[in-house]
Each structure stands twice: as structure tokens, then as C-alpha cells.
Unconditional design. Structure first.
Length: 239
């Protein structure tokens, strides 16, 4: 996968592309039902892994994201395997509530962008650790330089912030039950994550934060977003 040879890269593209096609077919068959859309927690996890796999596969060559492919592919395999053993349907009728579909759409895309940013943060941390451990030989030549990864990370967070802001705004406007007992912690965690990312960008541009600080705050924001959705769904029966 990390080889510079075009033949190996071509096989990665072919195998990854086929896997994504079948992954997409699974999502269409198990989420888009005749009586509505099944947005159970495991189905949404599978969908998010599909979005991550598709995004990273499409960008791996241009942005040198090859090291991220095993992570997103393994996550996809795990969620698909779990879906075979976990069945807890949660049927919605999004066609009746298009405004909710808008909110969910922005939320999914924002989550995907911020998870890719988290992968960049992990890659940044790995390279930084290798360099500080005086083991530059452990860094594959296919991996981009630190400054390029950091610039891409900041760019992703800025895009993610716009999407996350729209997601939160549409949630407050369109979801009347957002502060219900089963939803309030979801909203609070998402808002805290938004402030963490804002704090990160402010620190980067105003105080020159770089490297480990940027990476740790990126991962903290990602964890908060994961807890915001999946944590709430574990203890709540409603979206």
C-alpha cells in the first residue's frame, strides 16, 4: 500500500473501489427500506464508515493519505461484521420531514470531515514521534512532510467548522426535541466540540499553536463528536 510502484497502487484502487461499491449496496439495502429509513446506531456507523472510506480512497493519492486506508477499511469491516449480529431497527420517514434530512445530511458530512481531520492528527503525531525519537528511517517515503499534513489538517477543520455550524444551527431550528431528556447531552457535547475546534483555530492563528497541541485538540473534538452521537444513541431510543 505504501509502495511507490504504480502496479501496487492500482490494485489498491481496484480492490478498495470494489469494496466501497459493495459497501454502498449494503447501505442501500439495509437503510433505505420500503417503509422508511432504518437509522439504527449500527446502520449509521456503517454509513459513516462508507463516507470515510470513499473520501479517503478518493483523496489518498492527491493528499498522500495512504497510511489512513488501513484504518478506515478495518473500521468498515468491523462495523459490517457487527451489523450481522446486532439488529435494533429504528425507522424514520425522512421524506415527510425534509428539514430533518437537511440537518442529518450536514451532520453526517461534518462528522466525516472531522473524522478525517482526526486521522490527519494521528498521522501528524506519528511522524512527530518518529522524528523526535531520532528514527526518521521509520518514516515511509510515501508520507508527506509534517508542515503539509498540518496545513491540510487546519484546512479540514475550517471546512468542518462551517459544516458543523450549519448542522448545529439546523438542529436548533428544525428539531423541537433537541433539549429533551434524551437529547440534551447530545446537543451539549456537540456544542462543546464546536468550541474546542474554535479554540484550536484561534490558538493556531493567534498564538501560533502547532504540532502536538493542534493534534491533541483535534482528537479531543473528534471524541466529543463521537460521544455526542453514538453515546447518546446508546442511552436514548430517539434520534
Amino acid at each position: 500500500m505504501f509502495s511507490q510502484k504504480p502496479t501496487y497502487r492500482r490494485w489498491v484502487w481496484i480492490s478498495g473501489g470494489l469494496a466501497i461499491v459493495f459497501h454502498g449496496l449494503w447501505v442501500s439495502q439495509h437503510m433505505l427500506l420500503g417503509n422508511g429509513q432504518d437509522l439504527s446506531i449500527i446502520n449509521v456507523a456503517v454509513l459513516l464508515c462508507l463516507l470515510l472510506s470513499l473520501s479517503v480512497t478518493m483523496g489518498c493519492s492527491h493528499f498522500q493519505m495512504w497510511i489512513m486506508l488501513p484504518v478506515v477499511y478495518i473500521a468498515s469491516v468491523i462495523t459490517l461484521l457487527l451489523s450481522a449480529f446486532i439488529s435494533n431497527p429504528y425507522i424514520l420517514h425522512l421524506g415527510i420531514y425534509p428539514q430533518v434530512m437537511v440537518h442529518i445530511g450536514f451532520a453526517l458530512v461534518a462528522f466525516t470531515v472531522m473524522m478525517i481531520a482526526a486521522l490527519f492528527a494521528l498521522q501528524l503525531g506519528y511522524l512527530d514521534h518518529m522524528l523526535k525519537s531520532h528514527r526518521p528511517h521509520a518514516i515511509n517515503v510515501a508520507m508527506p512532510p509534517l508542515i503539509k499534513i498540518e496545513n491540510q489538517l487546519i484546512g479540514l477543520i475550517k471546512i468542518g467548522m462551517v459544516l458543523l455550524t450549519i448542522s448545529l444551527a439546523t438542529g436548533f431550528i428544525f428539531l423541537n426535541h433537541i433539549f429533551d431528556n434524551g437529547q440534551v447531552h447530545k446537543a451539549i457535547l456537540a456544542v462543546i466540540a464546536w468550541f474546542v475546534y474554535l479554540f484550536l483555530l484561534t490558538g493556531h492563528y493567534r498564538w501560533g499553536w502547532r504540532g502536538r497541541t493542534v493534534g491533541m485538540l483535534t482528537l479531543l473534538g473528534a471524541v466529543l463528536l463521537i460521544l455526542s452521537y453514538f453515546g447518546s444513541r446508546l442511552f436514548s431510543s430517539s434520534y
